[in-house]
Design a protein around this ligand. Structure first.
Ligand code: SAM
Length: 363
C-alpha cells in the first residue's frame, strides 16, 4: 500500500471513548488497556538528581552555569553571546531545563561547579544537543493508530520493536497491544521517566489480569484473538503481555539494537543527533529492518525511504519509514547534515523580551 492510499484512511482525531465498565469481550480489555497508556505528556517534570553519584552532574554543572546568567540581567549580554554560535542545535528560544519551571534543581549548585566562562564551546554545544533531546512529547492515540496501520503491511510476523527514547512507554505498550511483536523494548535515559514507564506497565498488566479474569469465556493461550489492528493472534498475546514488554533505563547509544525488526524514533527533538543515530542504526541493524522517524529524515545510504507522510496526514509532524538495505556499514557521516540555522537577530530579539519579562532589571 503506498502512502497516498493510506492517507485516504488516516484518522485526524481521537474517537470519543467512555471508561470501560465491564469486560465482556477481549475488545473491552484492549480498550481499557489503550485508555490506561494515554496522557503521559502532561506528567509533572521533577527536578534532576543532584546527589554526588548522580549521572547527571556534568549536565547539571553546565545547566547551573547557564541558569546563573539567565537569572542576572547584567549577565544577559554574555549569555546571548555564548548561545548565539549554537542556535543550529537549540530547540526553542532558551533551553527549557534552565527556565524557572525547568528540570534543574532549585537548590544552590554544589561547590566546585564551573562558571560559564570556564566552559568551552564544544562542551556547551554538546550540552545544548542533549538538553533538546530531553524535551518530552507523545503522539496522540489516533496518530499511533495511523502509524501502526502504516507499518503493519511492511513487517514480517513477530519480530522485535524498539523505541529509542521511550519516555513513559506509550509507544512500546501500544505496539505490544496492536501487533504480534515477540518483544517490545523501550530505552529511556531519564530515570524518572523510566520509573513512570515501569509504573504504567504494572498498571497495564494489573488491568489486563483483571480483564482476563472477568471474561465470561476464558481466553486460552491458543484461542484465536483478533487484535485491534485486524491481525489475528492468539490468547497468548494478552496472557503473555508482561513477557512481551521490557523497559531499559539507558542511553540509546549504549544499547545494541541488533535483531530489531522495527526501531521507532520520536525524533522531533533529536535533530542534531540524527547523524549519530543513523550511523548507529546502520552499524547494528540487519538488512530489511525498518526504522521510522518524525520530523527529521535519515540521510544515510544504508537506508531506503519506503514511505513519507506529510505533516497533518499520519501525524501533526512528518513521519518517515525507512528500510535498512545492503551490507552492514561502519563509515562515519562526512558532514553534519541535519542542522537548521535560525535568524540569529530575530532569536536575540525574542530572547531579550522573554528574559526581561522573567527577570526585569532593577533600577
Ligand atoms: C519526545 S520523547 C518521546 C517519548 C516516546 N518515544 C513517545 O513517543 O511517546 C523523547 C524521549 O527521549 C529521551 N531521550 C533523549 N535522549 C536520550 C538518549 N540518549 N537515550 C535514551 N533516551 C533519550 C527523552 O528523555 C524523552 O523521554
Amino acid at each position: 500500500m503506498d502512502s497516498t492510499t493510506l492517507q485516504a484512511t488516516f484518522r485526524t482525531e481521537n474517537r470519543a471513548t467512555a471508561p470501560v465498565q465491564r469486560f465482556r469481550h477481549p475488545d473491552d480489555i484492549f480498550e481499557a488497556l489503550f485508555q490506561s497508556v494515554q496522557g503521559g505528556e502532561s506528567h509533572a517534570r521533577p527536578t534532576l538528581d543532584l546527589t554526588p553519584d548522580s549521572p547527571f552532574l556534568p549536565f547539571l554543572e553546565i545547566g547551573y552555569a547557564l541558569r546563573s546568567c539567565v537569572e542576572k540581567p547584567a549577565r544577559h549580554d554574555y549569555l546571548l553571546a555564548r548561545l548565539r554560535p549554537h542556535l543550529s542545535v537549540m530547540i526553542g528560544t532558551l533551553p527549557a531545563s534552565i527556565l524557572p519551571m525547568g528540570m534543574l534543581p532549585k537548590l544552590a549548585p554544589p561547590a566546585g561547579f564551573r562558571r560559564l566562562e570556564d566552559i568551552g564551546e564544544a562542551e556547551l554545544r554538546d550540552w545544548l544537543i542533549q538538553e533538546g533531546g530531553l524535551i518530552y512529547g507523545e503522539m496522540q492515540r489516533f496518530e499511533l493508530e495511523n502509524y501502526f496501520d502504516a507499518v503493519k503491511p511492511l513487517l514480517p510476523p513477530g519480530g522485535v520493536m524498539v523505541d529509542l527514547g521511550s519516555g513513559l512507554g506509550k509507544v512500546v505498550m501500544t505496539a505490544a497491544l496492536t501487533l504480534p511483536f515477540v518483544r517490545c523494548i523501550g530505552v529511556e535515559l531519564l530515570n524518572y521517566r523510566h520509573r513512570l514507564a515501569q509504573e504504567r506497565l504494572v498498571r497495564l498488566l494489573t488491568l489486563a489480569r483483571q480483564g482476563l479474569e472477568a471474561l465470561p469465556e476464558p481466553l486460552t493461550l491458543e484461542t484465536p484473538l483478533p487484535l485491534p489492528s485486524g491481525v489475528i493472534a492468539s490468547g497468548r498475546h494478552l496472557l503473555d503481555l508482561g513477557s512481551r514488554i521490557l523497559f531499559l533505563e539507558n542511553d540509546m547509544f549504549k544499547v545494541d539494537v541488533r535483531g530489531a525488526s522495527l526501531v521507532f524514533l520520536y525524533s522531533t527533538c533529536f535533530g542534531p543527533l540524527m547523524d549519530a543515530i543513523s550511523e548507529k542504526l546502520a552499524r547494528e541493524l540487519s538488512e530489511g529492518a525498518l526504522v521510522s522517524t518524525t520530523t527529521y529524515p535519515i540521510k544515510h545510504p544504508a537506508f531506503r525511504l519506503l514511505q513519507s507522510h506529510a505533516p497533518g496526514t499520519l501525524s501533526w509532524t512528518s513521519v518517515m519509514i525507512y528500510q535498512r538495505i545492503g551490507p552492514q556499514m561502519a563509515e562515519p557521516a562526512a558532514e553534519t547534515r541535519y542542522l537548521h540555522q535560525p535568524d540569529a537577530d530575530a532569536w536575540e530579539e525574542r530572547v531579550r523580551v522573554d528574559l526581561a519579562a522573567m527577570f526585569p532589571a532593577t533600577a
